[in-house]
Design a protein around this ligand. Structure first.
Ligand SMILES: Cc1ncc(COP(=O)(O)OP(=O)(O)O)c(N)n1
Ligand SMILES: Cc1nc(C(=O)O)sc1CCOP(=O)(O)O
Ligand SMILES: [Mg+2]
Length: 210
């Protein structure tokens, strides 16, 4: 992963937004407020809409110097020149994605509640490991649950640790204290009454306690 990308902060993940203009406006608000990384995720979208939206997000992310990471689809990431891709257990081989995207790409792996998966992912070329869900998630109510201990012990892997699942500004601090480098969030940001204020609240969790 290119060392120029920051490795700590809010990793905003897009909601399932069908209207591309509205998606761009919602994302711009969050980038302007200081989100560190952006993942494009839109599960119900068609292949064409995903390509259109990913392509539209690319110049916006570039203008804020924020890496754009494409969920599920390393080939789309490669096609639009995105900074990277995020793969879960059903989204293909990490090693193949690393080979195709090259050494500079950010390549994320979902590791759920499983330290073994995280070790394998790093061995195969993942640049970060994601654990979750830490809290009940409105977006993914049936997600497996992960523990703070898993987050702590994964320090040994030597790559950024991402926490995901039901994270709010009010429950995030213990995750950061347990070693989370990035907080990956959908609803807590994009369904907040004031997404810019929510973004700033997540970022403040990385500051020293007063
Ligand atoms: C940062 C991050 N962590 C985990 C996931 C979940 O990936 P996956 O299990 O493949 O589920 P979907 O997001 O594809 O529904 C993620 N997207 N991002
Ligand atoms: C996409 C996803 N993956 C999860 C995992 O545990 O792997 S939890 C999750 C949903 C995250 O959305 P929210 O911030 O709204 O809870
Ligand atoms: Mg996936």
């Amino acid at each position: 992963m290119n060392p120029r990308w920051p490795r700590r902060g809010l990793y905003a993940i897009t909601p399932d937004e069908a209207d591309t203009g509205r998606l761009l406006a919602r994302v711009e608000t969050v980038l302007r407020a200081g989100a560190t990384w952006l993942q494009y995720r839109n599960k119900p979208a068609s292949e064409d809409l995903r390509a259109e939206q990913a392509l539209a997000l690319q110049p916006l992310c570039r203008s804020f110097d924020v890496p754009l990471i494409i969920n599920d689809d390393w080939a789309l990431a490669a096609a639009i020149g995105a900074a990277g891709a995020h793969l879960g257990e059903d989204d293909g081989e990490i090693a193949l994605a690393r080979h195709e995207l090259g050494p500079e790409a950010i390549l994320g792996a979902s590791c759920y509640d499983d330290a073994g998966l995280a070790r394998q992912a790093v061995f195969a070329g993942a640049s970060y490991v994601a654990f979750g869900a830490f809290f009940p998630s409105p977006t993914k109510p049936h997600a497996r649950r992960a523990t703070l201990d898993l987050l702590r012990t994964a320090a040994v892997l030597g790559v950024p640790r991402v926490a995901i699942g039901g994270i709010t500004p009010d429950n995030a601090r213990p995750l950061v204290e347990a070693g989370a480098d990035l907080l990956a969030v959908i609803s807590g940001v994009f369904d907040a009454p004031d997404p810019a204020a929510a973004t700033r609240a997540y970022i403040s969790c990385f500051e020293e306690p007063r």
